[in-house]
Design a protein around this ligand. Structure first.
Ligand SMILES: *Cc1c(COP(=O)(O)O)cnc(C)c1O
Length: 230
């Protein structure tokens, strides 16, 4: 990541590393915390809640980010336990998160997920829907809209990886031009973080480049944590 920032002529502190811990057990998260990481991303609500509980002693020192698809019947524990949600793909989800965010906690930090490659199978808002939803989300009382998130299709060359990241960055600029105070581009994973950083990513979400390949598909919402891979 340092090298990617250097190549993009960006200061390394301008990009935040979110360590994606899905399928890895809480003890691996603890080890990463002891090595200095403080921001962790989870894809599945129950798996994330289990790790937050297992690491309750570190709760005040860790930022927990939900980055996976969120169904409306699962919003309450997310509103109560997480710090960020990157995967908001409709207004209803944001409204529920705002309604359910406890008053003693700071506002939940949100990104809108955008289907930037325009595939019908992918989750996320279509780019032309984003402005209207962003305006409505920004007006909710107990959440703070921070920016946009995307998971572009994998691509081989740096140039083709840059295209969707560039499009997401332009979309953020358009929203800023409409008066929305946004500062976050959540884009870039292990396979495309150089391209994302070149295009202005402010949060890269990295799993396998840190922990190695996940050995099995991520669990469904069952809540089991993965066996130790070490
Ligand atoms: C799994 C995942 C990541 C991390 O992917 P790696 O390729 O392991 O770095 C990032 N973002 C989301 C939304 C993910 O589901």
């Amino acid at each position: 990541m340092g090298l990617a920032c250097e190549q993009a002529s960006r200061p390394v502190h301008s990009v935040t590393l979110l360590v994606v811990t899905k399928t890895f057990p809480a003890e691996d998260v603890r080890a990463a915390f002891l090595a200095g990481e403080t921001r962790f991303g989870e894809n599945y609500v129950q798996e994330g809640l289990d790790k937050i509980a297992a690491l309750a002693d570190l709760r005040s020192q860790i930022e927990w980010h939900m980055i996976g698809p969120l169904q409306s019947n699962k919003t309450r524990p997310v509103a109560e336990q997480f710090d960020w949600v990157h995967s908001v793909d409709r207004l209803k989800i944001a409204q529920r998160l705002s309604d359910q965010r406890p008053a003693h906690l700071p506002p939940l930090q949100l990104c809108l997920q955008v289907n930037i490659s325009g595939e019908s199978t992918k989750s996320g808002l279509m780019p032309d829907e984003v402005l209207e939803v962003a305006r409505a989300v920004a007006a909710l009382p107990r959440v703070q809209l921070r920016g946009l998130m995307a998971i572009p299709e994998p691509a081989e060359s740096l140039a083709s990886q840059r295209e969707p990241h560039h499009a997401l960055a332009r979309l953020l600029q358009q929203l800023q031009g409409q008066g929305l105070a946004l500062d976050t581009l959540s884009m870039g994973m292990s396979g495309d973080l150089e391209a994302a950083i070149l295009e202005g990513s402010t949060i890269v979400r990295v799993g396998s480049a840190i922990f190695g390949q996940r050995q099995r598909p991520a669990p469904s919402a069952s809540g089991d944590s993965a066996p130790s891979l070490s």
